[in-house]
Design a protein around this ligand. Structure first.
Ligand code: AMP
Length: 288
């Protein structure tokens, strides 16, 4: 595996495979790899001729400067893990390579980014995500890019920006990888103290409670939401939000019908965690 630091170096490496018609896959990451990241890399390795993993802790998407400083980083371990999977190129540019002096352009996806994470982290978060993802697509020129369902709103935003800007890349969204107790893997989990690590399993239990209620016939999103909320509060967790929204537009729903997304964000100890669960409810009354 080659570690590449510059856009020019990356383009030089990808020229020949692109001309040969090889399928190029991109896995964008901020590093500190866990099984969630590795699952995306394995999927890309399976699907593509050339696999590029980007490793860039994007300052533009951090709304909190202390969160950026504290963000876990372990580039040497990351390089070893990516190499073991058979990644071809680890693209790890410096901040100045991505944002040179005078950088002045922002990609902003309206509407979809006003709610949930956008509402709680502020507009700058998804502007930072949309801008860096657009840049990575232009730098790499992948045929396909892999994202995790773990960041459900990010996946919806990326699909929209690709459609709106006619970027010729297929977006694959891969399932959330979880710990044995259901906690979604996240680079931020290392910040959890042992007691908080135990309590953090309540996030997945809350989403499962909402899902079970829907499976049992609940069609009122407020009632399903209450079930989730009860799981969190019983563990002393005060969420920033718990919502059931439409899976495609992330819009509020009046009645549970078809695919809905249960989403939540909650601080556990000092660590802000997010999770979601796609729930399939039968259309209509659910009657045969
Ligand atoms: P990050 O490094 O946190 O920006 O994540 C890089 C990619 O990995 C994003 O597309 C995430 O959605 C995805 N990802 C993060 N955690 C998980 C997980 N537990 N399961 C699957 N994908 C994940």
């Amino acid at each position: 595996m080659d570690v590449i630091r510059t856009v020019a170096g990356l383009r030089a490496q990808l020229l020949a495979p692109r001309r040969a018609g090889h399928r190029i896959g991109l896995v964008p990451t901020m590093g500190s790899f866990h099984e969630g990241h590795l699952s995306l890399m394995r999927r890309a390795r399976h699907d593509c001729d050339v696999v590029v993993v980007s490793l860039f802790v994007n300052p533009m998407q951090f709304n909190d400067a202390s969160d950026l400083v504290a963000y876990p980083r372990d580039p040497e371990r990351d390089a070893g893990l990516a190499a073991d999977i058979g990644v071809d190129y680890l693209f790890a540019p410096a901040v100045e390579e991505v944002y040179p002096p005078g950088f002045a352009t922002t990609v902003s996806v309206a509407g979809l980014t006003d709610t949930l994470e956008g509402a709680h982290r502020g507009r700058a978060h998804f502007d930072g995500v949309a801008t860096v993802v657009t840049k990575l697509f232009n730098m790499v020129g992948p045929d396909v890019a892999y994202f995790g369902q773990k960041d459900a709103q990010q996946a919806v935003v990326v699909r929209r920006l690709v459609r709106d800007l006619d970027i010729p890349v297929a977006i694959e969204v891969c399932p959330t990888v979880r710990e044995a107790d259901g906690l979604a893997m996240s680079s931020r989990n290392v910040h959890l103290s042992p007691p908080d690590r135990g309590r953090a399993a309540a996030l997945h239990r809350a989403l499962s409670a909402a899902r079970d209620a829907v499976r049992a016939g609940e069609r009122d999103p407020r009632a399903a939401r209450e079930r989730a909320l009860a799981e969190l509060t019983s563990d002393g967790i005060e969420p920033e939000y718990v919502e059931l929204v439409s899976a495609d537009e992330l819009a509020p729903i009046e009645r549970i019908d078809g695919d809905v997304l249960a989403v939540l964000a909650a601080p556990v100890g000092g660590t802000r965690l997010i999770d979601n669960e796609l729930i399939q409810a039968p259309n209509g009354d659910g009657r045969p």
